[in-house]
Design a protein around this ligand. Structure first.
Ligand code: FES
Ligand SMILES: [Fe+2]
Length: 414
């Protein structure tokens, strides 16, 4: 449970808010690289409650600017993208990827107004098929979250995004809350004779969870331990990298993944899921599994399209629940997460909760984030940026141990 003030501090990320300022100090994914063609249509991007425009110029360089034209504020996303600049459709001012106004056709000859005007532009880089941007304050860009997707060819990577109508904190909580897996997602876990096979082996062995939290310089590792009746254990170790990166054990062979919870504004969130195979190109079966093809939209920029809303109970199918005792009535696992998250309300009222031992990872996450904001306000830098992070070595683990602590082997086949 949090006080009203703590909940506000944690959740509000708009311009000028303490959390918003701290989060802006991190490289963030903005949009898929493929959406920006050379001299193609600019794209409007909303992050942290502010609007921006992204475009790729004639030389292939990406520009990321405040959305409004510096003349009188018309959206540059409406502009023409031509000859190394975006030209506003209202009076024709032209701005390059550095945010410099390079031409003002409406001003008289000899005017030097153009040279005096700039639009705020932001550092970008492309990695893992995405355009990343840094919206922070200061001279130097921070370390890039190079988990490994940045080192492999495009055919080894698949990225999916969902747009969730909820505040970002609830999504991070869902990722770190391993205890819900054995209640909400039971339809997708191995049961009966298959209980000890596959990537989720042993998860149905015990419903209750004991957490062990291990502090890391970048956040923490939460090990959700489930003790089974025969004395063996399932350890499910999730890595939390401040402020919104979560690494969860993969369910696909050789696949690494990172989840990124990217606030659009206080009540909407882009939920990115980057998957990559360092050993080679992804198979069709792996892509199918990651994107939930056949069950979710093939649009990788929003897997929930078309979607059901709250008054339609997010499409929950009661017949399915009757037929399958493990089902909570949704056709795909991600929709289960969507429904529970959005049903908590856009911004969860954390003054009314009743938390228990199974919420330890969530409680620690909130505390870690509130501490992070405090450090940022006091020192102007984020605690996890004080020393370099060895991103490629951060790996979540799912392991089975017998009653003597010996590791039991299990296969992930797809
Ligand atoms: S508002 Fe953009 S050129 Fe006038
Ligand atoms: Fe979930």
């Amino acid at each position: 449970m949090l006080s009203k003030e703590q909940n506000e501090l944690l959740t509000r990320i708009g311009p000028g808010t303490p959390m918003g300022q701290a989060l802006r100090q991190v490289w963030v994914p903005a949009l898929r690289s493929a959406r920006l063609e050379v001299d193609g249509a600019p794209v409007r991007v909303r992050l942290f409650g502010e609007n921006f425009v992204a475009f790729r110029d004639t030389n292939g360089k990406v520009g990321f600017l405040d959305e409004g034209c510096p003349h009188r504020g018309v959206s540059l996303a409406l502009g023409r993208n031509e000859e190394c600049g975006l030209r506003c459709i209202f009076h024709g001012w032209k701005i390059n990827v550095e945010g410099q106004v390079v031409e003002i056709p409406s001003e008289p000859e000899g005017s030097n107004l153009a040279s005096k005007v700039r639009v705020k532009h932001y550092p970008v880089r492309e990695a893992g098929g995405l355009v990343w941007v840094w919206l922070g304050k200061g001279e130097e860009t921070p370390q890039f979250p190079a988990f490994g997707f940045d080192k492999v060819p495009p055919e080894n990577v698949v990225v999916r995004k969902s747009i969730v109508n909820a505040n970002w904190v609830g999504l991070v909580e869902g990722l770190l809350d391993s205890s819900h897996v054995t209640s909400l997602h039971t339809a997708w876990l191995p049961h009966g004779e298959d209980a000890m096979t596959g990537p989720n082996a042993g998860m149905m062995g015990a419903l209750s969870v004991n957490y062990e939290i291990h502090d890391r310089p970048y956040g923490y590792m939460a090990n959700a331990r489930r003790k089974m009746q025969d004395g063996s254990y399932v350890n499910r170790m999730t890595e939390y990298v401040l402020p919104f990166f979560c690494l969860i054990p993969s369910t696909v062979k050789n696949l690494h993944n990172v989840n990124i919870v990217m606030p659009i504004d206080d009540e909407h969130t882009d939920f990115w899921n980057i998957n990559w195979d360092p050993t080679g190109p992804l198979t069709a079966a792996a892509i199918d599994k990651v994107l939930n093809l056949g069950q979710l939209s093939p649009n990788p920029d929003n897997i929930y399209e078309p979607r059901f809303e709250a008054d339609e109970r997010w499409g929950q199918d009661r017949e399915l629940m009757k037929k399958d005792q493990h089902s909570v009535g949704f056709r795909a696992l991600p929709i289960e997460d969507l429904a529970v998250t959005e049903s908590q309300g856009a911004i969860v009222d954390r003054t009314k909760e009743h938390l228990g031992a199974s919420d330890i990872a969530v409680i620690r996450m909130r505390r870690t984030l509130l501490d992070m904001v405090k450090v940022y306000q006091e020192t102007g830098s984020l605690p996890m940026q004080k020393q370099p992070i060895d991103y490629p070595t951060i790996h979540p683990v799912h392991e089975l141990l017998d009653r003597n602590g010996e590791r039991i082997k299990f296969e992930v086949t797809i």
